[in-house]
Design a protein around this ligand. Structure first.
Ligand code: BES
Ligand code: MN
Ligand code: ZN
Length: 526
């Protein structure tokens, strides 16, 4: 999709659909900056079906500019979509306003699909409390996220062939400015990164195997100049990665540990990201029930999120060293599969009693965390995983579970989640919970009983991160069927990509400021 910014008034831009955002009317009166639309609305009279409430939209057919006429009145677009923005003044903070803009972008994408509009032109009012570049950023992000479709496997779908989404999105602004372009670009980068994560998650278990993660990693490395490594089964055996090897035992599909490293010239810190890349989770010998098992193709959404993030990192090149790791395998029940009661040894030497082969995510993450921390000595570690059904019981599909050993990192992630419209909720860790995974025969066991399943899973991971500040995001509830929103179509949400991107952007900005301060201090000294 092409996105552009133009300085013509909305009615002077030709599109299949013109969109205009309106704040809620006060006493039946819309405060409308666009003269042509204000006039048209006045001519329409009172519209009982549209008052500009948040989420409302109304499709109108405005008077067209007459062909060949030199007069200035009339619209160049055939359709005019009004989108309600609600009482914008009520919104307390910029995070809420960003979300409103994102959702507006999502509505634009939905309505464009409805009328099969290829070229969409859009005008927006100024939002109190949000800068114009931020408005453009968030609307772009929402429109691109909302316009997502996955039709790769639909070989015979005439409707699909007829309309393949918006081809062009054009913003009408009062004047062209470089910062508006920058905002548009930021929204584009974030949305494309999340969309590529969605593409991976949409792929079935036979369409996205561990080798696909490796191939994709290599492609990103080539495109953006990252260092690339993929540990294969023999490497894992040599290194003693007993966790991922155990999970892979029942499968004919070889495992991979994909590692990408982005290293800028002057990094302010090193961040290690680990994403669970379980390409299909049957449960193994502790087999899952048949109903809904097909959904377990999304058990690699954490891996998809860190891969998606690296795409954005490659585009934006922040001053932060970032390592992305994806331990990838499926969890099958072949003849050689790991059995309940088996004892394995992880990369860091700790032994573990496998009580339930369906608690496999922690096993592959444990090796990745221990290895990654040893290899890269990061300042911070964040892992993302569709780790427990328990997080859905606790938080539903509306918030990602967050568990962390470091308050500063936890708070950064909470803030990044709010800013990106991917909210998190923190749960505790502690010795009481760690006690639940004590084993009588090994250093630990891989399940902690019925209660606090999300926390005991994190307690397992905690044994592999040492003193390095660490946060774990349990995205089992939000990676799929995330809160229904206009910019999140049914299916994979791409969760985590934009949270991580906001984390990185925030850090980068702060680092740059810190560095400037330092430079100035040094200058003064001289
Ligand atoms: N991948 C699942 C967790 C999951 C469940 C993700 C539902 C998405 C939706 C994970 O590997 C798993 O099976 N966890 C078990 C752990 C239990 C056996 C201790 C679970 O949550 O039931
Ligand atoms: Mn499982
Ligand atoms: Zn799993």
């Amino acid at each position: 999709m092409q996105i552009a910014i133009r300085s013509e008034a909305l009615e002077k831009l030709r599109g299949d659909l013109a969109v205009y955002g309106l704040a809620q009317a006060v006493n039946g009166d819309f405060r409308c900056d666009n003269k042509a639309i204000a006039e048209f609305l006045r001519d329409c009279g009172v519209l009982s079906e549209f008052s500009g409430k948040k989420g409302e939209s109304l499709l109108l057919y405005p008077p067209l500019k007459k062909k060949g006429s030199s007069g200035s009145s009339g619209f160049l677009s055939q359709r005019l979509l009004l989108v309600g923005l609600g009482k914008m003044n009520d919104l307390a903070n910029s995070d809420e306003l960003r979300e409103l803009c994102r959702q507006t972008g999502g509505i634009v994408a939905q309505q464009a699909t409805r009328v099969k509009a290829g070229r969409v032109v859009i005008g927006l009012p100024t939002a109190p409390g949000l800068s114009a570049p931020e408005v453009i950023e968030s609307v772009t992000e929402g429109a691109l996220l909302g316009d997502y479709r996955f039709a790769k496997y639909k070989k015979n779908d005439p409707e699909n062939e007829a309309y393949q989404g918006m081809a062009e999105l054009i913003f009408s602004v009062p004047e062209l400015r470089a910062d508006l372009e920058k905002g548009m670009r930021a929204g584009q980068v974030a949305a494309f990164a999340a969309r590529s994560a969605r593409d991976m998650v949409n792929e079935p278990g036979n369409g996205w195997t561990p080798s696909h993660f490796a191939e994709h990693g290599r492609m990103l490395a080539e495109k953006y100049g990252f260092a690339y490594t993929a540990l294969n089964k023999a490497d894992m055996q040599r290194l003693g990665m007993g966790g991922i090897l155990a999970v892979n035992q029942g499968s004919v599909e070889p495992p991979q540990m994909v590692i990408l490293e982005y290293r800028p010239a002057h990094p302010v810190a090193t961040l290690l990201l680990v994403g669970k890349g379980l390409t299909f989770d049957s449960g193994g010998i502790s087999l899952k029930p048949a109903a809904g098992m097909e959904e377990m193709k999304y058990d690699m959404a954490g891996g998809a999120a860190v891969m998606g993030l690296m795409e954005a990192v490659g585009e934006e090149r922040p001053d932060l060293r970032i390592i992305a790791m994806v331990p990838a395998t499926d969890n099958m029940s072949g003849g050689a599969a790991v059995k309940p009661g088996d004892i394995i040894t992880h990369y860091n030497g700790l032994s573990s009693e496998i009580v339930n082969t369906d608690a496999e995510g922690r096993l592959i993450l444990a090796d990745a965390l221990a290895y990654g921390i040893e290899q890269f000595t990061p300042d911070f570690v964040v892992d993302l995983a569709t780790l427990t059904g328990a997080v859905i019981v606790g938080l539903g599909h509306h918030r990602t579970g967050l568990l962390a050993t470091d308050d500063d990192l936890a708070n950064r992630l909470l803030a990044a989640g709010e800013r990106s419209g991917e909210p998190l909720w923190r749960l505790p860790l502690g010795p009481e919970y760690s006690k639940q995974i004590e084993s009588t025969v090994a250093d630990m066991k891989n399940t902690g009983g019925k209660s606090a399943g999300t926390i005991t899973a994190a307690a397992y991971l905690q044994k592999f991160v040492g003193d390095t500040p660490w946060a774990h995001l349990d995205i089992a509830g939000t990676a799929w069927e995330f809160t229904e929103k206009s910019y999140i179509p049914k299916g994979p949400s791409g969760i985590g990509v934009r949270t991580l991107l906001e984390l990185v952007r925030g850090w980068n900005k702060e680092g740059k400021k810190g560095r400037k301060r330092q430079d100035n201090q040094e200058k003064r000294k001289k």
